[in-house]
Design a binder for this molecule. Structure first.
Ligand SMILES: CC(C)(COP(=O)(O)OP(=O)(O)OC[C@H]1O[C@@H](n2cnc3c(N)ncnc32)[C@H](O)[C@@H]1OP(=O)(O)O)[C@@H](O)C(=O)NCCC(=O)NCCS
Length: 229
């Protein structure tokens, strides 16, 4: 499902001070994390330290996207949404537009046996009550032949953990009612996205405070094709 809300370009995600002081992802029973050298992994995406996380699910590595992953991410996204009737098949353009706008706050890929097979994007959202540091989750995609092996779950859990460790205050998305509650997402009365049914909008507060009001995703969610140079 596609988010169709619009908001004027906003470049301030988390403050650079917060990002600079960001701790490595906490170790827990499901995740073993190590930082990769920035020089080896290329420049950090929007100043967020590069990390690679080996999930407990055997063989899955979650890491930040590299420049060379961009076309692979497009391919995964196209394939994942290809048979989905409710999709207008523009999700790959959304990711590219977010990247171009500097609004791809976090872009993680899942590797299995050295092959990139899954992807998740996070971007800043604007909330009309003034709450800051909330992020939109999506699109999230797993190659059809790799679905239902826990890769989507690993991407979402890792993405949420990293958002929290960055100091984000919450995350929201438009998506399937059967899938996202398992991660703690809930429908929130009074928190709405224009044009999106209430039962398809989900929010997860990290700090115990649930915002109220209109949520606007980045205007990149309106992207319908690649921009010609
Ligand atoms: C949604 C998606 C990312 C999940 O990734 P995945 O690796 O297949 O998911 P996991 O293996 O971690 O989880 C599988 C579970 O999710 C459920 N699930 C997967 N896709 C689902 C969907 N579209 N709706 C509801 N449940 C879904 C499965 O039924 C399974 O449930 P179970 O654990 O109770 O058996 C992947 O199926 C995908 O790319 N789908 C097409 C694109 C898409 O719908 N993206 C999300 C848009 S909101």
């Amino acid at each position: 499902m596609e988010c169709v809300a619009w908001f004027p370009e906003r470049k301030g995600f988390l403050s650079q001070q917060k990002l600079a002081g960001m701790n490595p992802v906490m170790l827990d029973s499901e995740r073993v994390c190590r930082h990769t050298a920035m020089s080896a992994a290329g420049p950090p995406a929007r100043g967020i330290p590069k990390q690679e996380t080996i999930m407990n699910t055997p063989g899955i590595i979650i890491r930040d996207e590299k420049e060379s992953d961009a076309s692979i991410i497009t391919g995964i996204t196209v394939a994942a949404f290809a048979d989905m009737e409710i999709s207008d098949h523009t999700e790959q353009f959304v990711i590219t537009a977010l990247r171009s706008a500097g609004a791809l706050s976090m872009s993680l890929v899942a590797e299995v046996d050295g092959r990139v097979v899954g992807h998740i994007a996070f971007s800043p959202v604007e909330i009309s009550d003034g709450t800051r540091d909330w992020y939109g989750l999506g699109p999230v995609s797993v190659r059809p032949e790799y679905q239902r092996r826990g890769i989507g779950k690993a991407l979402i859990r890792e993405g949420l953990a990293r958002l929290k460790s960055m100091g984000a205050r919450g995350c929201c998305l438009v998506g399937h009612a059967d899938y996202y509650p398992r991660f703690g997402f809930e429908n929130v009365p009074g928190m709405v996205v224009a044009g999106v049914p209430a039962e398809a909008f989900f929010a997860l507060s990290f700090d115990g405070n649930m915002p109220r009001g209109d949520v606007r995703f980045h205007e990149a969610f309106l992207a319908k094709g690649e921009r010609k140079p």
